[in-house]
Write a protein that binds this ligand. Structure first.
Ligand SMILES: [Ca+2]
Ligand SMILES: [Ca+2]
Length: 485
């Protein structure tokens, strides 16, 4: 029997309605559910039937592609469909380092960067601001720092024989004496009283001092042009320029930040737009990346800004800002659209966060997006390749509501974005780690080696509250069946 398989408008319709919703009434045709499909000689069963219409057979492209083992992404802003081959899990590695103190595990995995020229199995990572917890005292939640003298550190790691081995520790320091520590080292303590969280010791009986040089480090990038690192920090939010030996050179902060604190040993350059002052605490500058040619730097927030207020925690729009590294001025900003929480079970929109990035080139970034669950409950642990080439540059346009739309970026619905001709970056899935049963919540490190070796690692939060003897940090490597350049 001869069939003409026409994947045209029907395919788009199928995707726009989700899976399994093309009906005879929509198409005025008959479903054709007796069709046998095979892929590489194996029989497959798409979840949605094909449809006969005017003598042509229309295949459900999402169901068909998923059944043949491809990721399917539908971009409702561009009416485009992307099919992507799934990666192959190649190896897993776990950290077996000794504990930092009783009940506090060693941590690496809050970021991951591969330096050009290094062996494929060597990376740099960070571990957040140090161990911290939350204790409720008389109805008030206090932020505790059980190892208050922990120095935020860059770790050089190697993976081999199933293990993550720490090759080198590079503690962050200032060029002089930090009055908080009495040494050159910085701490992970908050900077500014009244703006950042108040720090307490583990027993909560003593408030700790603020550290104007303290950093809550999250993302790590490397600039091959001048052999330096850039680290994104949740306190400012800021991006910190660091020498290879860990000495902090300068810090990029929002307008108005530097007036609130004196940092004579680290120049604070106010080049981030003022709107970044409205970050939600602990949802700050989560990731940073630099183009391989060293020309541009990108920084992505973890969640939507509280712009104008905290009801924006339900916004899906997360800002990604682009800098010219020669001038350190922002030159573009994009509205990254987080996945819609209503498509998942028991997830609030604020439970979906952006956790790391890799900058492939000026137009292509890899983005790590995840939910707050682990193990069997995890639903969203995805790596996307995003395309900025057709995304709208919104820099300085929707920072407040005094524009034609009468709304901030964060206040807009999907319909508002369309009305205002704001195109978010297009997203394409390259890894769904839930399918591979990655066991941990916080995939916070992402790297790509040689264009096709994708690497993820998790932040174990120093094992605070953990009941197992294992360290709880795992790095997994995948091979992509194509190359991203
Ligand atoms: Ca943090
Ligand atoms: Ca991180």
């Amino acid at each position: 029997m001869k069939k003409i398989w026409t994947i045209t408008a029907t395919a788009v319709l199928t995707l726009s309605l989700g899976t399994g919703t093309v009906t005879a009434s929509v198409l005025n045709g008959n479903t054709a559910d007796k069709i046998v499909y095979s892929s590489n000689g194996q029989v497959i069963a798409p979840s949605t039937p094909a449809v006969n219409f005017d003598g042509s057979l229309y295949l459900p492209i999402r169901a068909f592609s998923e059944a043949t083992g491809k990721y399917v992404d539908w971009d409702e802003f561009r009416s485009s469909v992307s099919l992507t081959d799934k990666p192959i899990l190649t190896s897993t590695y776990s950290l077996k380092a000794p504990n930092l103190a009783e009940g506090i595990k060693m941590g690496v995995g809050s970021s991951l960067t591969h330096l050009p020229g290094d062996p494929d199995n060597v990376f740099y990572s960070t571990a957040d601001r140090g161990p911290n917890g939350q204790i409720e005292i008389n109805g008030t939640t206090l932020r505790t720092f059980p190892l208050a003298d922990y120095t935020p550190t860059i770790y050089k790691i190697q993976i081999a024989d199933g293990e993550i081995i720490i090759l080198e520790e590079i503690p962050l320091k200032v060029n002089g004496i930090n009055p908080t520590t009495g040494t050159a080292n910085i701490t992970g303590l908050p900077n500014i009283d009244g703006r950042d969280e108040s720090p307490y010791n583990a027993e909560t009986e003593q408030q700790l001092s603020y550290d104007p040089y303290g950093l809550d480090i999250e993302g790590l990038a490397y600039n091959a042009n001048d052999d330096t690192f850039w680290i994104s920090d949740e306190y400012g939010p800021s991006i910190v320029h660091v020498k290879r030996d860990g000495t902090i050179i300068e810090r990029i902060v929002p307008q108005g930040w530097a007036e609130q604190v004196s940092t004579p040993l680290v120049p604070a350059r106010e080049v981030l737009p003022e709107v970044y002052n409205s970050l939600r605490q602990n949802r700050g500058a989560e990731s940073v990346g630099i183009t391989p040619d060293g020309k541009y730097m990108f920084m992505a927030m973890q969640n939507a800004l509280r712009n104008p207020d905290k009801s924006m925690d339900n916004s899906r729009q997360v800002r990604i800002i682009k800098f010219d590294l020669a001038t350190l001025h922002p030159i573009a900003e994009y509205a990254y659209l987080l996945e819609d929480a209503t498509k998942f079970n028991k997830l609030a929109q604020a439970d979906i966060v952006l956790s790391d990035m890799v900058v492939i080139n000026e137009n292509t970034l890899l983005i790590d997006e995840r939910d707050k669950f682990a193990g069997d409950q995890a639903q969203l642990k995805r790596i996307y390749s995003i395309d900025l080439s057709t995304a709208t540059n919104i820099l300085n346009k929707y920072d407040d509501a005094t524009n034609a739309s009468g709304q901030t970026l964060e206040q807009m619905t999907i319909a508002d974005l369309k009305t205002n001709d704001i195109l978010p970056p297009s997203k394409r899935t390259i890894l769904d780690a839930v399918e591979f049963k990655y066991p941990y919540e916080k995939i916070e490190g992402l790297s790509l080696v040689d264009g096709n070796k994708l690497v993820i690692i998790n932040d174990n939060d120093f094992g605070i509250g953990s009941t197992t003897t294992e360290n709880g940090t795992e790095l997994w490597t995948f091979e992509l069946p194509y190359t991203i350049k």
